[in-house]
Ligand binder design. Structure first.
Ligand SMILES: Nc1ncnc2c1ncn2[C@@H]1O[C@H](COP(=O)(O)OP(=O)(O)OP(=O)(O)O)[C@@H](O)[C@H]1O
Length: 249
């Protein structure tokens, strides 16, 4: 059987008295989209922060590609291929779309000094960056500053950055947030294709997108996984309908 790309074991994290993760177990298998759903404040973003390395767990294990990554920095994890998009955009707003992706290409290639060539005309940076922009359909917007892109375009730019980092896994935190229905449909189709590149941990409130995309769904409530399984099963799960979808069982 295939090995999980990402394995979370007994992860716990508290902020004072508040338990944001309580013994969380979670796997991401090659090729799959595993959605993490749950009410506001359930601890979904906190879990992504712990995987990416911006928060340290109190207890538990995080294994990525078979390696325990708890002692690695955010940058080291990113270099291993932990590709993350953020709930709040982390783009360099004044830089063009192309420049934003080039920074990721440069980060991927490691620090190198380029004395002889201005960065913007260095094909070892511009070519992979343009290829990533093309994958997300932003090739015609390459020169536009990130700040002037639409919300949906910025989301796609973040994915282009993860592509340029040659992500081995995508951690997507509410990619549908702020999208209109057309944008959501477009992004859903795109993510469906993106899974072939690397598996996706999808934190999302848009249930149409979740049930259209996810192979598996885990439900987090007050830091605990209350149900986890194939999407069709989770949709029918009485505890999920009651606790999360707000219906009587
Ligand atoms: N740095 C922090 N310090 C203290 N409390 C925090 C911190 N980060 C998150 N929390 C709290 O931890 C809990 C889980 O928050 P988190 O943002 O992970 O939830 P979420 O499931 O992602 O919610 P949403 O769906 O609204 O984004 C919340 O009660 C939040 O207020």
């Amino acid at each position: 059987m295939a090995e999980p790309v990402l394995e979370i074991r007994n992860l716990s994290k508290s902020f004072g008295a508040l338990k944001a993760a309580v013994g969380v177990n979670f796997d991401l298998m090659p090729g799959e989209i595993h959605a993490l759903i749950g009410p506001n404040g359930a601890g979904k973003t906190t879990l992504i922060h712990q995987i990416a390395g911006t928060l340290t767990p109190d207890e538990g294990e995080i294994r990525f590609l078979g390696k325990d990554v708890r002692s690695l920095s955010v940058a080291e994890r990113a270099r291993m291929g932990l590709g993350r998009t953020f709930q709040v955009s982390s783009l360099a707003q004044e830089f063009s779309a192309l420049r934003n992706v080039m920074l990721a290409v440069q980060a991927r290639q490691g620090t190198s000094f380029r004395f002889f060539r201005p960065v913007m005309s260095d094909p070892s940076l511009t070519e992979p960056a343009m290829a990533a922009l093309q994958r997300v359909g932003l090739q015609d917007r390459a020169d536009v500053p990130a700040a002037e892109l639409s919300h949906g375009e910025r989301r796609r730019l973040e994915i282009a950055i993860a592509l340029a980092l040659e992500a081995r896994v995508f951690l997507l935190d509410e990619p549908m947030a702020g999208m209109g229905p057309d944008g959501s449909r477009e992004l859903t189709a795109f993510l469906d294709e993106l899974r072939h590149q690397a598996p996706i941990l999808l934190v999302e409130h848009d249930m149409d997108a979740v049930f259209a995309l996810a192979d598996r769904v885990s439900v987090l409530v007050y830091g605990r996984v209350i149900a986890s399984g194939p999407a069709a099963e989770i949709r029918r799960h009485p505890a999920v309908r009651e606790a999360y979808l707000g219906e009587g069982a």
